[in-house]
Design a protein around this ligand. Structure first.
Ligand SMILES: [Zn+2]
Length: 415
């Protein structure tokens, strides 16, 4: 039986609304007085008091005094307590990995990087993530028992069963294929108890670009409920928010722009096909067209430096590739009519030229209304958009009413 199913069967709460659901109502309204909450929920006074005392005793709520304009005793008010728990965030990348701790409000409290990427293989990378998380949790003085959820970003679309649909290839050495059948969420869940984190804490795994889209949206563009984030690195990744929801599609493959084919190209992609946007419209394409022979990991710096110096052939290559990328993005813009396209990655953050050519190609041939209403911008530069998004998905899952009910039951017993 699932944890949620078990919680439902054991739940001793006599009314329809358990403490988890009441917490949801209080968060939605940004807090409230008892009078507000009785009106809103229809709960009897005594039942409401019982639920509130459970939520206050377990630290999910705090109580303060509501501001008042009239005379008399001001009413007491309850509000969600972001310090009532913690979340762990993990970003496993093709070029870097990062970890972080957030409070239950989703605010990142501490982050740090690891000098390891997916090429290190699952054993080494996940082992190091565990070791560094333990150290970070201890350094911040966080009680590991207060960690209520974990969010993980992966450099691949994630199938509904949790496998990576496009696992990173780790060359032809002994690590080849090691990521392919791995369910990373399960691997991470398995080492949580060794860190002192409850085995009941949910682990949510998602494509890094989906988490970036969520992080960019909620942190930098909260008014835009429709946006596309395209992260341009050696590879390409795209995340979509439509109508205020991350779009994952029927099989978790939404936003797979990286493998949209360019019929004029015969460059082979790592996926086995030819002409994918990932090889024709990314930093890999710029480096290849410029004949770079250095390690791919250095190309972003190399291109940015030459662009800054105005080296003509680099400016030309960046313009060509940016134009191609803009035409790929145009398809997504025509389909979704987003308010915003956020271009992420090193070049977009530093080089207006790159975003300018993408913008021109992305909206030039679309309806004038699209050109007038769709902004194409470089990233806000928050390098932790992915960790931020991971905190948000972990928070949403951790605050699932049934999980909160089960947690309160475990902490307070059947009173
Ligand atoms: Zn491909």
């Amino acid at each position: 039986m699932s944890r949620a199913g078990a919680a439902r069967q054991r739940a001793p709460f006599r009314t329809e609304m358990g403490p988890g659901a009441l917490l949801g109502v209080i968060m939605e309204r940004g807090g409230g007085t008892r009078k507000d909450l009785i009106e809103r929920t229809g709960l009897a006074r005594a039942t409401l008091e019982a639920r509130l005392s459970e939520l206050l005793a377990t630290g999910f709520l705090v109580e303060d005094v509501a501001p008042t304009t009239g005379g008399g005793r001001p009413p007491r008010r309850v509000a969600f307590n972001p310090s009532g728990g913690h979340l762990v965030c993990v970003e496993l990348g093709s070029r870097r990995s990062r970890i972080g701790i957030a409070d239950l409000g989703g605010h990142l409290l501490a982050t740090e990087g690891l000098d390891l990427d997916m090429d290190a293989g699952p054993g080494v990378l996940l082992g190091s993530i565990g070791t560094q998380l333990r150290a970070l949790i201890a350094r911040r003085g966080v009680d590991p028992g207060s960690v209520l959820g974990v969010g993980v970003g992966l450099p691949s679309p994630v199938e509904l069963g949790g496998r990576m649909a496009r696992p990173p290839s780790t060359g032809t050495g002994p690590l080849e294929g090691q990521w392919a059948d791995l369910i990373v969420g399960q691997e991470i869940a398995a080492f949580l108890p060794a860190l002192g984190i409850s085995a009941a804490a949910p682990v949510v795994v998602d494509k890094d670009a989906n988490l970036m889209a969520l992080g960019e949206w909620k942190s930098s563009w909260p008014q835009a409920r429709d946006l596309i984030v395209v992260n341009v690195d050696i590879g390409l990744a795209c995340g979509i928010v439509a109508g205020g929801q991350v779009v994952r599609g029927a099989a978790g493959m939404a936003g797979d722009l990286a493998h949209v084919p360019d019929p004029d190209s015969d460059v082979r992609c790592r996926c086995g096909e030819v002409g994918c946007a990932e090889v024709t419209a990314s930093l890999a394409a710029i480096g290849r067209e410029l004949g770079y022979t250095t390690d791919e990991r250095e190309w972003a710096d190399q291109i940015a430096r030459s662009l800054h110096e105005g080296v003509p052939e680099v400016v030309a290559a960046v313009s060509r590739v940016g134009g191609r990328l803009g035409r790929v993005i145009a398809g997504a813009v025509a389909t979704l009519n987003p308010r915003l396209v956020v271009v992420g990655g090193r070049l977009a953050g530093e080089q207006p030229l790159f975003v300018d050519v993408i913008r021109e190609a992305a909206v030039a041939r679309l309806h004038p209304l699209v050109a007038a209403t769709t902004q194409v911008v470089g990233t806000s530069g928050k390098q932790d958009a992915c960790l931020q998004g991971a905190a948000f998905v972990a928070r949403e899952k951790a605050l699932d009413p049934l999980l909160i009910d089960a947690l309160i039951l475990a902490r307070l017993g059947n009173r």
